[in-house]
Write a protein that binds this ligand. Sequence first.
Ligand code: F6R
Length: 235
Amino acid sequence: MRIIKASDYNEMSRCAANIIAAQITLKPDSVLGLATGSTPIGTYKLLVKGYQQGNLDFSKVKSVNLDEYCGLDGSHDQSYRYFMNTNLFNHVNIDMANTNVPNGIATDLEQECKRYDRLIEELGGVDLQLLGIGHNGHIGFNEPNEFFDKTTHVVDLKQSTIDANSRFFEKIEDVPKRASTMGIKSIMSAKKVLLVAGADKKDIIERALFGPITPQVPASVLQFHNDLIVVVSEK
Ligand code: F6R
């Protein structure tokens, strides 16, 4: 595990963007596992800038996102598909057909989860997985649990996650109660994992990276990953 302590959010974003840019430069047809949330927004801004300045080419990149709310169509402004389009995909030369987000409105969500796992397998797995972390230690939407969920599955979101995400919705009742998420096995199978965390995540980062490995702190499983980079912001 490599831990990079960035002085602030901007430096954290710069470090993370540089690592992703290096991945794309070394392997232009990389499969990127992508995350949403507040933390990676600065990273995506810098990747867009890198593309606009002619330093990055996304034309062969493929992407798989970690998760999506159940019940939200990709055109809903709080869906993770919308987030990815507006924060990254619409501003770089990635082929939209090569971008993947679980379908939150699939009629059969179980089948959709299976399709998503098959897709990741067909792509040859994830080369670099970008992750944020929830205050309760969730990664993707793998919430604290009695066991580690392996593959893509539908989860009931914890009240703490619903509360945390309500800042993006008009009313708390509008926050979806369920989400589809890649499982711990899919995340752990990524060749490289890049976890970004702001200063507000100091406590949970400490527990996840140096505490006991337990499904009660899903991110703690990352201690087993042999190519984990954590970029934490000091303030
Ligand atoms: C989002 C995701 C979540 C977030 C986590 C932290 O795709 O997978 O695990 O990374 O909830 O969110 P922020 O960055 O908003 O604190």
